[in-house]
Design a protein around this ligand. Structure first.
Ligand SMILES: C[S@@+](CC[C@H](N)C(=O)[O-])C[C@H]1O[C@@H](n2cnc3c(N)ncnc32)[C@H](O)[C@@H]1O
Length: 329
């Protein structure tokens, strides 16, 4: 069990039975239909504990997956400073520490959010982390967007995970513009893997490209996204369900798939993968059908057969969301 899972399990153990599920129900009802507001949704400890226990494992897993794809294209680049914008209880801060866990020079993380309750619980959870960057993270209260919004401090890597959906349109664009200005190395934006979440990611992608960034993941290029409505570009990551999930959602499955859309873009020179697998590969007898987003042809289906040797073996191992290194074979 990771230290994050252990900290979240302790949090649940500390809540009276039934109370956590009620708090999650309340939170879901508050989120439903609400896009942007003038005050934090996460108002008190019970809201935040519900968020952390119910959503943080999934948002953490999505950010971690996106960072894995980004890092695979970023070469030796390592962030020395990380800013977690709208970081809440710090899911992205944990994910960044894990994604660069082997890096010699440890980075520092700063979490910005307007919910003091989220920052307080985030700091508590972080105390037990195995990484110094999480244990020693700075937790700062700050509003995003709006006239009173502060300029973002500079950082090598800026993550904006599951946040812009809570902002009004002009604030959303302003926060991404600020992230693009303040990041010295890279920006990652992650949103729920819904058509709306994807649309927000696409708008952020346009802004980052206009600001001079190179998209390193998931797209193999900076050109227009070839995905057409009603389809949308998204990926999925498997998350273990806690007893709380089973109480709230029923059912007995031990996991669920968190769907997410993302864009990770860099200011430094680096090359994206030549193609990306954008659906579950279909494995047939002696062949694998891959739906790829490619540089040359946009979306295309590739049939990889046993005759392709190494490429066939790679195709059998490929997952939805993976880079595909051999689009021409
Ligand atoms: C869905 S949570 C995501 C938290 C975290 N980034 C994650 O991935 O789990 C959205 C976060 O954005 C914060 N937020 C929303 N609107 C904000 C605003 N105008 N200023 C600052 N923080 C804001 C909320 O307080 C909350 O912590």
């Amino acid at each position: 069990m990771s230290t994050l899972q252990a900290a979240l399990a302790d949090l649940l153990d500390g809540m009276p039975p039934g109370r956590a599920a009620q708090a999650v129900d309340r939170l879901i009802a508050t989120y439903r239909g609400r896009t942007a507001g003038k005050t934090p949704i996460l108002r008190d400890r019970s809201d935040v504990a519900a968020y952390a226990a119910y959503r943080m494992p999934a948002t953490h897993a999505a950010v971690r997956a996106a960072l894995g794809e980004f890092r695979a294209r970023a070469g030796e680049w390592t962030p020395a400073t990380h800013l977690d914008v709208g970081g809440g209880t710090g899911a992205a801060t944990w994910a960044v520490a894990d994604a660069w866990a082997d890096a010699e020079a440890a980075h520092t993380s700063t979490v910005l959010d307007w919910s003091q309750a989220a920052l307080d619980l985030g700091r508590e959870l972080a105390a037990g982390a195995e990484w110094a960057s999480v244990r020693e993270a700075q937790w700062r209260r700050a509003p995003l967007g709006g006239a009173s919004a502060a300029r973002l401090p500079e950082a090598d890597l800026i993550t904006v995970s599951y946040v812009i959906g809570e902002l009004a349109d002009p604030d959303r664009a302003a926060v991404i513009a600020e992230a693009a200005r303040a990041a010295k190395g890279a920006v990652l934006v992650v949103e729920p893997g819904t058509p709306d979440g994807y649309a927000r990611v696409l708008a952020a992608r346009d802004q980052l490209i206009a600001a001079g960034y190179t998209v390193l993941a998931p797209c193999p290029h900076n050109a227009a996204c070839p995905v057409q409505a009603p389809d949308w570009c998204h990926f999925a990551v498997r998350v273990t369900r806690s007893s709380l999930h089973r109480q709230v959602k029923g059912g007995s499955l031990p996991y669920e798939d968190e769907k997410f859309s993302y864009v990770a873009a860099a200011r430094f020179p680096a090359t994206p993968a030549p193609a990306r697998v954008v659906r579950h590969p279909q494995i047939r007898k002696g062949q694998v059908l891959l739906d790829l987003c490619t540089v040359e042809d946009g979306l295309r289906r590739k049939t990889v057969t046993k005759r392709h040797g190494d490429a066939y073996r790679a195709a059998r191992d490929a997952d939805w969301g993976d880079a595909w290194e051999q689009p021409d074979r």
